[in-house]
Design a protein around this ligand. Structure first.
Ligand SMILES: Nc1nc(=O)c2c([nH]1)NC[C@@H]1CN(c3ccc(C(=O)N[C@@H](CCC(=O)O)C(=O)O)cc3)CN21
Ligand SMILES: CC(C)C(=O)C(=O)O
Ligand SMILES: [Mg+2]
Length: 302
């Protein structure tokens, strides 16, 4: 096993000008593949509400669901640092509740840190979680848990006032103890300014090339959903096409009776004589007994 990535590794990557590679994962199989593929950070995103559950937003996702997926991803990740998203309403009510829930993600989900959405208004919450020795990643810009406040998934910080506020939020989160910051749906000029103003690394999604790292939803970069193509998504594969083709071939072979062939079937022990049981017409209640009287499907050894 290669050395595990920690929050200190990520800070060093920023200092040495090397990009941080982050991607979402929701299960152990994807986690293992993406970890071995070189991910520095695996994010168990609350985007799972949309890509796993088929919900229209991330808002219905619960703590128990985040823990379930985090535990699976953590088992698959050998080298990558695993971050768990704090779901909607798990940290907004009070810093106390936030600490309790962040603690559950660590102790039950086995994540190395947690991520929460919001700016200076969550500085106290970040401080409280960090005080409990749980590292916190911030998340600014297009924050999907605020979809109703934003009026949709709209790029944030486009005008000067909003940009200044976001920079202040970024500085407040750094001062509160965040070890890194996701910038989502932010003009690249603003992302550059924030990145240059912080000692902690920024990780962009729809925030341009100047961030210290990048993150994408794994299903997006793998091209699994032909109906979801916002501007920031690049498809590095066409798994939708590959899966469709594989499934179609499988179904065609099943229908043609060419799968399974001998290579994909088991043989009984040599010398076994197989007999087709005499059919018994079972009455409604006696069905179980009748089946027993027929005996096994194997005859006596020859
Ligand atoms: N599969 C997936 N990928 C994501 O990146 C993602 C999720 N799900 N679910 C949670 C949020 C929702 N996200 C979204 C969803 C839609 C747009 C979108 O339609 N964006 C417009 C920008 C509109 C503007 O100019 O303001 C676009 O065309 O990119 C952006 C982010 C990002 N997150
Ligand atoms: C897109 C990333 C940053 C995220 O928060 C998620 O996947 O939930
Ligand atoms: Mg999220």
């Amino acid at each position: 096993m290669k050395d595990k990535v920690t929050i200190h590794t990520l800070k060093r990557l920023k200092q040495s000008g090397q990009k941080i590679c982050m991607v979402t994962a929701y299960d152990a199989t994807f986690a293992r593949i993406l970890d071995e593929g070189g991910a520095d950070v695996l994010l168990v995103g609350d985007s799972l509400g949309m890509v796993i559950q088929g919900q229209e937003s991330t808002l219905p996702v619960t703590m128990d669901q985040m823990i379930y997926h985090s535990a699976a991803v953590s088992r698959g990740a050998k080298r990558a640092h695993v971050v768990g998203d704090m779901p909607f309403m798990s940290y907004q009510v009070s810093p106390q509740e936030a600490v309790r829930n962040a603690g559950r993600l660590v102790s039950e989900g086995n994540v190395g840190s947690v991520k929460l959405e919001g700016g200076a208004e969550f500085a106290d919450t970040v401080r409280a979680i960090v005080r409990a020795s749980i590292p916190v990643m911030g998340h600014l810009g297009l924050t999907p848990q605020s979809v109703h406040k934003m009026g949709g998934y709209v790029v944030q910080g486009r005008d000067e006032d909003a940009a200044r506020r976001m920079l202040d939020d970024a500085l407040a989160l750094e001062a509160a103890g965040c070890y890194a910051l996701v910038l989502e749906g932010v003009p690249l000029e603003l992302a550059r300014t924030i990145t240059q103003s912080l000692k902690i690394p920024t990780i962009g999604i729809g925030a341009g090339k100047h961030c210290d790292g990048q993150v994408l939803v794994c299903y997006d970069l793998l091209g699994m959903n032909p109906d979801f193509k916002p501007k920031f998504v690049k498809r590095f594969a066409n798994l939708h096409g590959n899966i469709t083709e594989a499934a179609n071939t499988y179904f065609a072979e099943v229908r043609a009776g060419t799968f399974p062939d001998e290579d994909h079937s088991f043989k009984a022990t040599k010398g076994i004589r197989l007999v087709t049981p005499t059919p018994v017409v079972p009455d409604a209640e006696g069905a179980g007994e009748a089946a027993e009287k027929v005996g096994g499907i194997y005859g006596a050894p020859v």
